[in-house]
Design a protein. Structure first.
Length: 354
């Protein structure tokens, strides 16, 4: 029957597409007006020009029109006042920190996993994006922070584009599906624009991505680090002392050598080592494995570090293609590929850092 309660009940089942919480819970329902069989719903948007206004509108119309007795549904929008927004932020646990960067961040994830290597181009970002996607597919709430501010590649690899909406000084991360939140410098500059910053700016950018982003209460936050043992690793060690280091390496000795250096740096900075993933382990044709970059380097490194060997990933054309087209194989590849990343994700879930 058409009552205000019935309409509110329906609205309680509709989520804000970015904040992923019911409109009613976010205090976004301003009024419900029923006149005969015509319903008007007033919605208060968090920010003016909210890009997802259309989606909210169609969700409301689609939902409410199924209540018995409804003939027309109209949606009217206005925008939250500063006061209302502040209240909402408090509700979401995002009260502003008064512009100060805290010594270490408020914990919003159960585990923080920083993916690192000594050498560039070993597949950190490819592995991270697929692993995060596999983890989200399992139902965990996952965040992926592209901490490679200069050389970001996560947006393209996950096929996530757009500009994050800001609610005052807080950014809403973009999403891949329901369970994976993503933040990258790539959302703010063009893919071919250079980011020319010095150390302190870099430090600040990473801090902002950790403190001024409305991350959900996450099970895992993955941080895709830039190559090498640079400033970013130090910033992260400082801000998230509980972060675990996941080292990606190829089997090649030189890569192992450098990766070992990163991991030892981690020890110095008090970051724990979660384990090692060997990427580009071999290339398989007609059931024959060709160990292009040598064999077992990742296992050796894991032994050397007394860390867990979390799995190996072969060279696969489709992995590269999926990364280039924004369709990670962990979600959209063959059954074997989906299972491969699900298994590595499970190894991460069940291993505690050393
Ligand atoms: N197992 C694999 N099989 C085939 N191609 C791969 C594999 N792993 C990574 N690649 C490809 O290798 C290239 C480098 O990978 P990626 O960008 O993930 O490395 P990275 O370690 O993050 O690099 P950087 O140090 O620049 O951040 C990409 O083109 C990627 O698609
Ligand atoms: Mg990378």
């Amino acid at each position: 029957m058409l009552t205000k309660e019935a309409v509110m009940h329906v609205l309680g089942g509709i989520e804000d597409p970015e904040l992923k919480k019911p409109l009613t819970e976010l205090d976004m329902v301003k009024f419900v007006d029923i006149s005969g069989s015509n319903v008007t719903v007033g919605i208060t948007l968090t920010v003016p020009g909210c890009p997802l206004k259309e989606k909210i509108s169609s969700d409301v119309v689609e939902g409410v029109k199924f209540i018995e007795g409804v003939e027309t549904v109209k949606v009217e929008f206005d925008v939250m006042t500063n006061e209302q927004r502040e209240k909402l932020k408090q509700k979401l646990g995002m009260a502003s920190a008064g512009g100060q960067v805290p010594a270490s961040i408020n914990k919003f994830a159960k585990r923080y996993i920083a993916v690192s290597s000594g050498k560039g181009g070993v597949g950190k970002s490819t592995v991270t994006s697929n692993l995060a996607a596999a983890m989200a597919k399992k139902g965990y709430k996952v965040g992926l922070l592209d901490a490679d501010v200069y050389g970001f590649s996560i947006p393209r690899m996950l096929g996530v584009t757009g500009q994050p909406t800001a609610i005052d000084d807080k950014l809403i991360p973009l999403r891949k599906g329901d369970n994976l939140q993503v933040m990258s410098m790539g959302f703010f500059v063009g893919e071919d624009d250079p980011v020319i910053w010095r150390g302190p700016m870099l430090h600040k950018a990473i801090n902002q991505f950790l403190t001024d982003v409305m991350w959900d209460d996450l099970d895992f936050l993955f941080l895709d680090l830039p190559p090498g043992t640079g400033d970013v690793t130090l910033t992260i060690a400082q801000q998230i002392p509980s972060a675990e280091l996941l080292v990606v390496t190829t089997p090649q000795q030189t890569a192992v050598h450098v990766a070992g250096r990163v991991a030892r740096l981690a020890e110095k900075t008090d970051l724990s080592v979660l384990g090692v993933i060997e990427n580009m382990a071999y290339y398989e044709t007609n059931g024959e494995r060709d160990y292009i970059f040598g064999q077992d380097g990742g296992k050796q490194l894991a032994q050397e570090l007394k860390a867990k060997f979390l799995g190996e990933i072969p060279l696969m054309k489709s992995l590269r293609e999926g990364a280039d087209s924004g369709n990670p194989v962990a979600l959209e590849g063959s059954e074997d590929q989906i299972a491969l990343f699900a298994a590595i994700a499970e190894a991460v879930v069940t291993s505690a850092p050393r």
